[in-house]
Design a protein around this ligand. Structure first.
Ligand code: FAD
Length: 455
């Protein structure tokens, strides 16, 4: 008789947990997944998907403006926020149903509720106890709200998806991808937007040139950037909410949204009962196979704070399922993970930044290109597309590709594959472009940028 109720008990049915559950079940394991909030987790409910739908909504605004140069006239236009929210909610509900079906069709037992670890093999949920051979922690992350006085008047990205009305004046606090994406969303939908960031440029950690170009483009669109600034306090006023910056400046708004980081969800569900170690950043400590300090307990996704992206959580979930129930152990290659910021315009990147490449290699070659996209020759929009390639001079291998411009993510996905395959600059040179596209520019970059010292 089986001594365990399940071979694998997954805590959290987000991007990583769902993938691990389905793959493990397909490999013959008896699997349960516990979910306390929403099937699909952050990405489906309050992350990538509704964010991208909002992004599309805001992008239409620019599209209407750009169309005039192509001969279109449009009636006075208006945006119906309630309709956007209703349609978005309907799509999210559909996706929740898809996730439920996928799990059930795979034979996974779904347990609605908050799971608690009692020991290394026992999970309690809804008054029941289950014994599992392996446990997978896939509990995600949660927005961090700082202890700024008046913070209760501000929201996080979680609430931004359920606002009753579109703010006319929005203050975004933070300089990461979520802050710049929502700055673009609210601005595109007609709000007056201010972004307050404590650093000199948004998108810390991205290539410097991308950060500078994006900041310029945001300013050109009319987003008010308050850089090297922090919010000292927030208070309610007769007209809305007011943020006072550390230099005494005040910003009046209808909405203040913080996007100043996310913390791994590792508290309050008994990790300590099982002896699972958490590292100094509060993330579950794992090895390269996502195994925790406890032999039969694994952890994946945001709660491990490696790279907080959906495709990474999914890949880790698959790898754990393969390791435990597949033919051989599997680990993830974290090099050349591409990513995109759905700002206006998009920012996308794969591989090393120029700064990182200079530290890694003895000599690098840098190629840059900045041009007006063909579309804007007629639209009249003052927007530049920027591309950059970083090459290890010794091996001629392309170490990083970076772009600011429309559809940057769609372009970068293919370049990520090229980098993974070890493409050299000469391979890019020998590849025929697709004309007329922006992407072809990556194949035709000839002019090396001068070395910084001589530039
Ligand atoms: P999650 O998807 O967060 O799932 C964890 C689940 O565990 C949750 O559903 C939670 O309710 C559940 N849970 C937690 N504790 C328990 C418990 N004790 N018992 C039962 N259930 C529990 N990534 C991208 O790749 N592209 C994007 O464009 C992108 N945009 C984003 C935009 C925003 C605004 C945000 C916030 C995130 C975005 N991300 C994006 C990041 C992405 O959403 C996450 O990296 C991804 O969802 C992480 O997956 P996960 O499985 O680790 O955790």
């Amino acid at each position: 008789m089986a001594t365990h109720d399940f071979d694998l008990f997954v805590i959290g049915a987000g991007s990583g947990g769902v993938r691990a559950s389905r793959i493990a079940a397909s490999l013959g394991a008896r699997v349960a997944v516990a979910e306390e909030r929403y099937l699909g987790g952050t990405c489906v409910n309050v992350g990538c998907i509704p964010k991208k739908l909002f992004y599309y909504a805001s992008d239409f605004g620019e599209g209407f403006d750009d169309a005039a140069g192509f001969g279109w006239t449009s009636e006075p236009r208006s945006h119906n926020w309630k309709k956007l929210i209703e349609n978005k909610d309907r799509e999210i509900a559909r996706l929740n149903g898809v996730y439920e079906r996928l799990l059930k069709d795979s034979g996974v037992t779904i347990l609605d509720g908050r799971a608690q670890l009692l020991d290394a093999h026992t999970v309690a949920i809804n008054g029941m106890r289950y014994r599992a051979r392996y446990i997978l922690v896939a509990t995600g992350s949660w927005p961090v709200m700082p202890a700024t006085p008046g913070i209760e008047h501000a929201i996080s990205s979680n609430e931004a998806f359920h606002l009753d009305a579109m703010p006319q004046r929005a203050v975004l606090v933070g300089g990461g991808y979520i802050a710049v994406e929502f700055a673009g969303i609210f601005h595109g939908l007609g709000a007056h937007v201010t972004l307050v960031h404590r650093g000199p440029l948004p998108l810390t950690g991205f290539d410097y040139d991308l950060r500078a170009v994006l900041a310029d483009e945001m300013r050109k669109r009319g987003v008010n950037l308050r850089l090297n600034r922090t919010v000292e306090r927030i208070e309610k006023t007769a007209m809305g909410i007011r943020a006072t910056l550390m230099n005494g400046d005040t910003l009046d708004a209808d909405l203040i949204m913080y996007a100043t980081g996310r913390r791994p969800n590792t508290r309050g569900f008994g990790l300590e009962n099982a002896g699972v170690e958490v590292n100094s950043t509060g993330a579950v400590a794992v090895d390269e196979y996502s195994r925790t300090s406890v032999e039969n307990i694994y952890a994946i996704g945001d709660c491990t704070d490696r790279i907080m992206l959906t495709p990474v959580a999914i890949a880790e979930g698959n790898a754990v399922a393969q390791t435990l129930f597949g033919p051989r152990p599997m680990k993830i290659d974290y090099q050349n993970v591409p990513s995109t910021v759905f700002s206006h315009p998009n920012v996308s990147t794969v591989g090393l930044t120029e700064e990182a490449a200079r530290k890694r290699f003895a000599k690098i070659d840098v190629y840059k290109s900045s041009f007006r996209p063909l579309k804007h020759t007629l639209s009249g929009r003052d927007e530049k597309t920027f591309m950059k390639m970083v090459v290890d001079a010794a091996t001629e291998r392309v170490a990083g590709c970076h772009m600011v411009g429309p559809d940057a993510g769609e372009i970068m996905q293919g370049l990520a594959l090229a980098l993974r395959l070890g493409a050299k600059k000469s391979d890019f040179d020998a590849t025929i472009g697709i004309h007329p596209t922006a992407a072809e520019e990556f194949m035709t970059m000839r002019q090396k940028s001068p070395e910084p010292a001589s530039a």
